[in-house]
Each structure stands twice: as structure tokens, then as C-alpha cells.
Ligand binder design. Structure first.
Ligand code: T5A
Length: 210
């Protein structure tokens, strides 16, 4: 029996952390056995890679180094956490996954999606999320929310245009894969966002039983 693989995506400050807590509560109520994790990160080694990626630094990080670090962390995370959990029948809820690479490194940095796809096959083989919730919000609102929470990390220091491209990237992924992706309007009050998330989860788990 394979567990379900659910990913939560979106631009900065869109409310992933807040809503993953809500999803955890919902899954507990449904008595679903699950593990929550995040990218970049999710294992001690991958968390060190996260630190490397997010720490602001004077040295310019070249696009290829950034991309390869994302997939290095992902390979370790898959090997140590995601694949074992799914194979044991547990549901995995992951804060960001490879859609973030297509959105940030692909649409944001302008890296070739064929190259990302090649690395995706190398690292994941045919493993893909079963459900992806894309929390969507105007970039300025997300950056404002994120800035109230903590000092900007290396990505949050990017220009607004970068995040506009990332946002359009996510919407393009959702348009191409409507069976897997659900876009949630995260600019609404939190209660409304969480109602929409509940609807998406109920639909997903109901279909899974059918
Ligand atoms: N990255 C990652 C890549 O470039 N490529 C990759 O392949 C991967 C995996 C990771 C960075 O790495 C990049 C993308 C990122 O830049 P991160 O920590 O995952 O960083 O990303 P962040 O977007 O920075 O995540 P945060 O945890 O900082 O933000 P969240 O979780 O989206 O937002 P959250 O829940 O902390 O909410 C922010 C604030 O808004 C409020 C919350 O209370 C909080 O104060 N809020 C709302 N307020 C009003 N109405 C609502 N509906 C609200 N929802 C939340």
C-alpha cells in the first residue's frame, strides 16, 4: 500500500506554514497516518543545504549551483524521508517540492525547464505528488506578510519582478496539470482559505476511496 504524497506550494509569505498546521489538524481528525516535512530541508543534511541556500551572502550564487543544491537536498530527503514514508503507507505532506524548482529556478531565474526535468527524472524517477495545493496571492501582499514575520532570506531579497515570474510559473504549472494541482486564493481571510483547502482535501481523499 502506498501513501499519498501531498505538496503545498506558493510564492513568499503565501501562508504555507500557517495552512500546513491546519492540514495536520484535518488529517488527524480523519485519522490519516501522515508525516509533514519541507524543502529545501527535511533531513539533517538537507537542512544544512537549506541553510546554504537561504543565507544571504556577498558571493553571488550562480544559477547552476542553486539548482544542483536544490536537487542534492531533494535526493537525500527522498531517500531518507519521503520514499520510506510513502512505501510504508503513510501520507507525506511536504512544504514545497519540485514545482518550486520549476517556478523559482525555471520561471524566476530563467533556467531551461528541460534541464530541470532531466534532474527531476534522475532524482525522483517517476515519483510525483498526488495532490498539489498552490496557494496564490498577489506578490506584494505575500512579501508584506513575510516581512512582518522575519528578516528577508536570500530569496526574499529578490526584486518584485522575480516573484511575479515565479507566481506566473505556478499558475502555468496548475494550468498544465489540473488533475494534480488545485489553486487556492490565499489573499482571502484565513477562514476562507482553510474552507477551500478542506474542500480540496475532501475531494482528493473521496476520489482516492472510489
Ligand atoms: N526554493 C525552494 C527554490 O527556489 N526552489 C526550490 O526547489 C525550493 C524547494 C524556501 C525558499 O526556497 C526557495 C523558495 C523560497 O524562497 P520557505 O521557507 O519554504 O523558503 O518559503 P517562504 O515562502 O519564505 O515560506 P514561509 O514559511 O516564510 O512563508 P509561508 O509559510 O508561506 O507563510 P506563513 O504561513 O509563515 O504566513 C506568513 C504570515 O502571513 C500570515 C501568517 O499569520 C504569517 O504572519 N497569514 C495571513 N494573514 C492574513 N490572511 C491570511 N489568509 C494569512 N495566511 C497567513
Amino acid at each position: 500500500m502506498h501513501g499519498k504524497f501531498i505538496t503545498i506550494e506558493g510564492t513568499e509569505g503565501v501562508g504555507k506554514t500557517t495552512n500546513i498546521e491546519f492540514i495536520q489538524t484535518w488529517l488527524n481528525q480523519q485519522k490519516v497516518d501522515f508525516v509533514t516535512t519541507r524543502e529545501p530541508g527535511g533531513t539533517p543534511l538537507a537542512e544544512q543545504i537549506r541553510e546554504l541556500l537561504l543565507t544571504p551572502r556577498d558571493e553571488k550564487v550562480c544559477n547552476s549551483a542553486e539548482l544542483l543544491l536544490m536537487f542534492a537536498g531533494r535526493a537525500q530527503h527522498l531517500d531518507q524521508v519521503i520514499v520510506p514514508a510513502i512505501q510504508s503507507g503513510r501520507c507525506v505532506v511536504c512544504d514545497r517540492f519540485t514545482d518550486a524548482t520549476y517556478a523559482y529556478q525555471g520561471f524566476g531565474r530563467g533556467m531551461d525547464s528541460a534541464l530541470i526535468s532531466h534532474l527531476e527524472r534522475l532524482v525522483q524517477a517517476d515519483l510525483r505528488p498526488d495532490l498539489t495545493l498552490i496557494l496564490d496571492i498577489p506578490v506584494e501582499i505575500g512579501l508584506q506578510r513575510a516581512s512582518q514575520r522575519s528578516a528577508p532570506d536570500r530569496f526574499e531579497r529578490e526584486q518584485t519582478e522575480f516573484f511575479e515570474r515565479v507566481r506566473q510559473g505556478y499558475l502555468s504549472i496548475a494550468a498544465n496539470e489540473p488533475q494534480r494541482c488545485v489553486v487556492i486564493d490565499a489573499s482571502k481571510p484565513l477562514a476562507d482559505v482553510q474552507r477551500d483547502i478542506t474542500t480540496a482535501l475532501e475531494s482528493f481523499f473521496t476520489q482516492g476511496q472510489g
